[in-house]
Design a protein around this ligand. Structure first.
Ligand SMILES: [Zn+2]
Length: 82
């Protein structure tokens, strides 16, 4: 499968000790991934791959899906590529 090119804006933010990362679909069709600066470099990479798996699986298009199911598949894909 050939993926179309996509723009991903990567930013590092201090989320304190809450979430490792989050991502969103922007109005212009690009994506933003926000990584917690408090993580180690290894955990930042894991968090980035996890958020990237959401983007690659088009999870932002699945507004009617159960979030637990979406997270389960994102973690499985992250383990395969991580
Ligand atoms: Zn997730």
């Amino acid at each position: 499968m050939i993926m179309p090119p996509m723009a991903i804006n990567l930013q590092f933010m201090d989320f304190k000790n809450s979430i490792p990362a989050t991502s969103c679909l922007n109005d212009d069709g690009s994506y933003s991934i926000f990584i917690n600066t408090r993580l180690t470099r290894e955990r930042q990479t894991d968090a980035y791959l996890h958020e990237l798996s959401h983007i690659m699986r088009l999870d932002f298009e699945k507004k009617h899906y159960d979030i637990d199911v979406v997270e389960k598949y994102a973690h499985q894909l992250n383990q395969l590529i991580g």
